[in-house]
Write a protein that binds this ligand. Structure first.
Ligand SMILES: NC(=O)c1ccc[n+]([C@@H]2O[C@H](COP(=O)([O-])OP(=O)(O)OC[C@H]3O[C@@H](n4cnc5c(N)ncnc54)[C@H](OP(=O)(O)O)[C@@H]3O)[C@@H](O)[C@H]2O)c1
Length: 226
């Protein structure tokens, strides 16, 4: 049903986890995909990293998945959060997305699709991870802003995953952690990276041609919100 043959795509954070699964699924659908990671393309929190990425892309893009992000496993109360942690999270999860969109947004072909990746933390907050929740809440607001700015030429949507089985969340799953987390998810398990990649690819595809500014929750029912 989904054919992306002839489409040019770029996925940030495409070297691991959800990004890597998205790269593989886009390729399986026929797209020509550039997988971007820090080792190959530099730190996107640095504006020069995003500018270099723009030069590396050359030409136009049909699909842009802005997926990269960081989450500090060690929780900390806001009153004890350092300036360094706050700035680092906002810089890596939000400034970097701004840099990528500023450089690559104008490169989007007519009829193109952008998908950003937020989190359940954007929808319900995340105690002791307020830096992360604030950065992801901003991604939701960015999605809705850009969806209107870029319409009708380009669609802009967002996927908000819940717990997913990737390196990012490996620490909380250790020991009895995984079972405790899964007990909070109505569908009874954390997502695989592929569980999240599928809805991302759907939003990139023509099946989602009348959807823009949407936040698609992929969380096994753990956070029910419109
Ligand atoms: N895993 C979860 O439970 C979960 C839940 C909700 C939302 N999410 C979101 O889903 C997205 C993907 O997460 P994941 O679980 O797949 O994470 P992951 O396995 O830790 O992979 C993160 C990817 O982002 C890249 N990255 C991070 N900071 C970057 C920066 N400043 N510049 C360039 N690349 C950067 C990493 O590149 P390197 O390989 O070079 O480090 C890596 O490819 C993130 O936005 C995350 O916040 C994840």
């Amino acid at each position: 049903m989904i054919s992306l043959a002839g489409k040019r795509a770029l996925v940030t954070g495409g070297t691991r986890g959800i990004g890597k699964a998205t790269v593989e699924l886009l390729r399986a659908a026929g797209a020509d995909v550039l997988a971007v990671g820090r080792a190959s393309h530099g730190d996107l929190a640095d504006p020069t990293g995003a500018e270099a990425l723009g030069r590396a892309v050359g030409g136009s893009l049909d699909i842009l998945v802005v997926n990269h992000g960081v989450w500090e496993a060690e929780g900390v109360a806001l009153e004890r959060m350092t300036d360094a942690q706050w700035r680092s999270t906002l810089s890596q999860n939000l400034d970097s997305v701004f840099h990528v969109l500023r450089v690559l947004g104008p490169r989007m072909a007519d009829g193109g699709a952008i998908v950003l990746v937020a989190s359940t933390a954007a929808q319900r907050g995340e105690a002791f991870h307020a830096d992360y929740a604030a950065s992801k809440g901003a991604i939701v607001a960015l999605t809705k802003s850009l969806a209107v700015e870029m319409a009708p030429r380009v669609r802009v949507n967002c996927v908000a995953p819940g717990w997913a089985d990737t390196e990012m969340a490996a620490r909380p799953y250790a020991g009895a952690g995984r079972a405790a987390i899964e007990a909070t998810i109505p569908l009874g398990r954390v997502a695989t990276a592929e569980d999240v990649a599928g809805p991302i690819v759907f939003l990139c595809s023509n099946l989602a041609r009348h959807i823009t500014g949407e936040i698609l929750n992929v969380n096994g029912g753990s956070v029910l919100c419109g």
